[in-house]
Design a protein around this ligand. Structure first.
Ligand code: FES
Length: 289
């Protein structure tokens, strides 16, 4: 869709440039062959006067005036009858013979500058607007095979940090799925039923990045002491809810996280796994506000 819009913009800009060029060129041609400049006309009149034979004596009597008028009429009739009546085909002027006036030169310079500007701007706009690769935060991230991800979580003592998606991935216990189905949406359950959950790293209190605590096996925010269990349900501190999470899909055994679709964390009091701290806390829990 965005590619179509970009192409439409480029076509419109190029079309406008072509139309402007055509109109300007027509004007140049018409100016060159259609009208003489005022200075040129005045120069012609002066030259004609200078080379004209001396004026004949003006008629002084009424009869002489009538004779002069009749003679002039006869002369103009002779000239008109001498003009061939068949139309003559129009031949375009020879541009080489005409040369280029200063005005034409300026106009062409302006059009060339405009064309160069468009030529430089269009590729830059295209490069800026062209859709980038669908990786990184905000896109759907294919994390990998479910079994391999679980193995990595075990190797990392219960938590897998995925910086590309700004997320934590932990295991969701299958024994708690009945509780989860009462609380969570289908987009969350799609991952949880495969045994995984993808949590946004940002604390819903004031936005600090929440680290894991290897000893308690909870998430514990160092900024103001909010604590969450391993699946991001709030346990203590001033945070208004559990950790936000992302929509997940499992296709075959491939786990994909849509980091463009953030789902608000569960309300305070949701505790589907019943996981208590498994060891000393990394921080002392902050008071609930
Ligand atoms: S930002 Fe995490 S508790 Fe305040």
């Amino acid at each position: 869709m965005s590619a179509l819009v970009i192409l439409a913009v480029v076509v419109l800009v190029l079309g406008a440039a072509a139309a402007l060029f055509t109109v300007q060129r027509n004007r140049d041609t018409q100016r060159a062959v259609g009208h003489l400049a005022r200075e040129t006309r005045e120069r012609d009149v002066k030259a004609r006067k200078a080379t004209a034979p001396a004026a004949e004596a003006a008629p002084t009597t009424g009869k002489e005036v009538e004779l002069a008028t009749a003679a002039a009429r006869q002369e103009s009739t002779d000239v008109e009858s001498a003009v061939p009546s068949t139309p003559v085909a129009w031949t375009p002027p020879d541009e080489d013979a005409m040369g280029v006036t200063r005005r034409q030169f300026m106009n062409r310079g302006i059009i060339a500058g405009f064309g160069l500007g468009i030529g430089g701007f269009a590729p830059a706009a295209l490069a800026f607007l062209w859709p980038q690769g669908s990786t990184g935060f905000g896109s759907k991230i294919s994390v990998g095979k479910v079994a391999e991800i679980k193995a990595q979580i075990d190797q990392n003592n219960g938590f897998l940090y995925y910086p590309e998606g700004r997320m934590w991935i932990t295991e969701y216990p299958s024994a708690s799925l009945d509780n989860a189905r009462k609380v969570y949406s289908p987009s969350e359950l799609a991952g949880m039923e495969a045994g995984l959950i993808a949590l946004y790293q940002k604390c819903p209190h004031l936005g600090c990045r929440v680290p894991e605590c290897a000893t308690s096996q909870w998430f514990e925010c160092g900024c103001h002491g909010s604590q969450y269990n391993r699946v991001g349900e709030k346990k203590a501190g001033p945070a208004p809810r559990g950790l936000d999470r992302f929509a997940m899909t499992v296709s075959g055994d491939s786990f994909t996280v849509d980091t463009g679709l953030i789902i608000q964390g569960p309300p305070i009091g949701v505790n589907t796994t019943g996981q208590e701290a498994e060891g000393p806390h990394c921080i002392s829990g902050g008071a609930a506000h």
